[in-house]
Design a protein around this ligand. Sequence first.
Ligand SMILES: Cc1ncc(C[n+]2csc(CCOP(=O)(O)OP(=O)(O)O)c2C)c(N)n1
Ligand SMILES: [Mg+2]
Length: 786
Amino acid sequence: MELLDSIQQRVLWLSTRIVDAANRERETADGVKVGGHQASSASLVSVMTALWFAYLRAEDRVSVKPHASPVFHAISYLLGDLDRSYLTRLREFGGLQSYPSRTKDPDTVDFSTGSVGLGAAAPLFAAATRRYVDAHFGARPSSRFIAIMGDAELDEGNVWEAVADPATAGLGNAMWIVDFNRQSLDRVVPGVRIHQWSVQFAAAGWHVVEVKYGRRLQAAFAQEGGEALRSWIDAMPNEQFQSLFGLSGAELRERFLDGAPEEVVAWSMGVPDGELGPLVTDLGGHDLAALLDAFAECDAVTDRPSVVFAYTIKGWGLPIAGNPRNHSALLTGEQIDTLRLESGLTLETEWDRFDPASLEGILAAERREVLHRDPVTTQLPITVPTSTGISGSRPISTQEAFGRILVDLSRIEQVAPYLVTTAPDVATSTNLAGFINRTGVFSPEEQRAWNADPVLKWAEGPTGQHIELGISEMNLFLLLGQLGLSWDLSAQPLIPIGTLYDPFVCRGLDALIYGCYSGARFIVAGTPSGVTLAPEGGAHQSTITASIGLELPGLTAFEPAYAGALDWLMCDAVARIASGDDGPLTAQPAEQGAYYLRLTTRPIDQAPFEEARQRIGDAVLRRQVLAGGYRLRDAYAAHPELVSEEGRAPLVHLVGSGPLLPEILAASDELAEEGVAAHVVDVTSHDRLYNSWQRTLRQGVRTATAPSLPGPLWSVLGERAPIVTVHDAASHAMSWFGSALGVTCVPLGVDAFGQSGSIPDLYAANDLDSGSIVNAALAALALEAR
Ligand SMILES: Cc1ncc(C[n+]2csc(CCOP(=O)(O)OP(=O)(O)O)c2C)c(N)n1
Ligand SMILES: [Mg+2]
């Protein structure tokens, strides 16, 4: 313990100094404060020293509270996982990220954190993923999935959604450590909610441990007057207790005894001024032995998750301890000099690692060995076909096609074992039933089925490949994110596929962003989408999700209209996830491994796609579908009368996505009757087209040369003509086509909240019917002529 204590003093020093150097010694030339969190970091120095220097094994995976990143990097450095040059580069471009980042930090970060609550919950879903992987692919060496979180993170609802979901129940290898400093960003938290929280955890089936008092204080409780002392400290308002950290001597005594019973006053007489403060503020979260005992206690509980409330001091060991305004407070140069001196360091030695010959150095070297990890593979050794060959001439919706393609994929021997689906209580209404009938529902134990439903066979057991969640879209995306990182966190790549109603993408959006930010690989189908879900009304009709799909980095959005195109896109996405060919942790490219299918329940006639297939040929058509769009109908080929001896009829491009293609084709025919040629472009991925445009633009900007039109846009929209975009989504999402092509663009879409009605009602109400599209085309021609 003495050795660990000596190590934690160095961790405190380095983490404080990392923030200090970033703020006091760096020229940023931008007038903006660099920042960093010395008090939040100090709060976790003991917990993290105990973990990394005495508890963790190489297989364990840990999420670190965002504001403790300096502590994490200090420990990485002391263990040899981080080069010394980074210590002065916190929050610098290319340096250490302000909050732990899997993709951008130079040392080994298991979970990205930053948006409080999400990083806290992620290890729980990683543990659920491991349970699934062990059941399907054989047990891995056992891991403990640990979250170190701030106490104010428990205010975030997503934390409780995660705790409450049956899919996270019984995970004995999950442990949360709450940095219980009873301070948040702005304040000392009034009242202490530990009781309420403990009861909530326990009710959800968790094992709860409190590490409240350190050894010295516990010893004092055992002596005469100790009982009264304990009751007084327990009953003291949190604000009063916190204010003690900033005081010393007689002032501290006075504050501590303010309102205290006689017995406590009597007890205090026997304690000298210099000892009273350290004694009454001796909290368990800074008692290394007490912490290690608590962790060991959690290890012994193997049938449910554990939570440890470690009572800590925000700013522990620093002059800013306990100050209500310490969240972003920084030590002055003088205070740093004092701390350096107290830490036994000089300006020459302040950044040093431990002397390898010292006890600290020997332990660090041992721990480095223990924590060494072998590299993992990102790839699955499988070949995925380019299509499942979905066919049929009857009208079909993309949602139904999605269900059939998935079933066909599960029939492919090589692919089948790696498919895993999940949904927040919407599996059947998003067409996962066929897949579930074939593969079953995952449950760690075999469950007896009481209902013999002829349509949906809900067989639950360890071989099931569907994970059903309660209605929490946040949990869906947290789980998808962790299934999508299983190649790293569980040494087993998977092909995760999730479904949810499209409008509720927004409900879990933060967790979706979190998964993409972390570099996860998965497919998610948002279905049904748009006002095409007509009778369901405005609360179920999505409009802004198409823009989210386009704008979110690490996520590639598809909105195909036809089953054949969806088939190609899905098989390609599965192949990309399996091959890991976009690199495991590439930070830059927008396309990183997550795919979003925006689908619909409107059945549409597949004949136009077959015609395009005949006209264009499979190889070229597939390439164009994958690149983001193809010409579904060539106006001049479909209407030869539009070409005469006088020349060709005036041209417009009707550019649209998804369920609106029938209206667009009808508009093209109506325009032909008015002597206007209207090519129809089916946009399968506005996201990929937009990115191809951006890539050439940026290239031009960076090299100061005029950019050319990118191939995917050129090949389908190369003929100069005004454009009408038609989208069952916010009109803004496709309005950029005009800029990209340098022509007039009239964007049609849904810019109001939806309502109940029939498809014709709602298309008419939003100017998406064929007549409106015709008018928009005529307007585009007139504008372009002007
Ligand atoms: C979702 C989200 N909202 C707000 C913030 C801003 N924020 C950062 S830290 C913090 C309070 C943290 O308190 P706590 O979790 O108790 O950590 P402590 O600093 O006390 O250790 C807040 C509100 C954030 N990072 N994420
Ligand atoms: Mg706190």
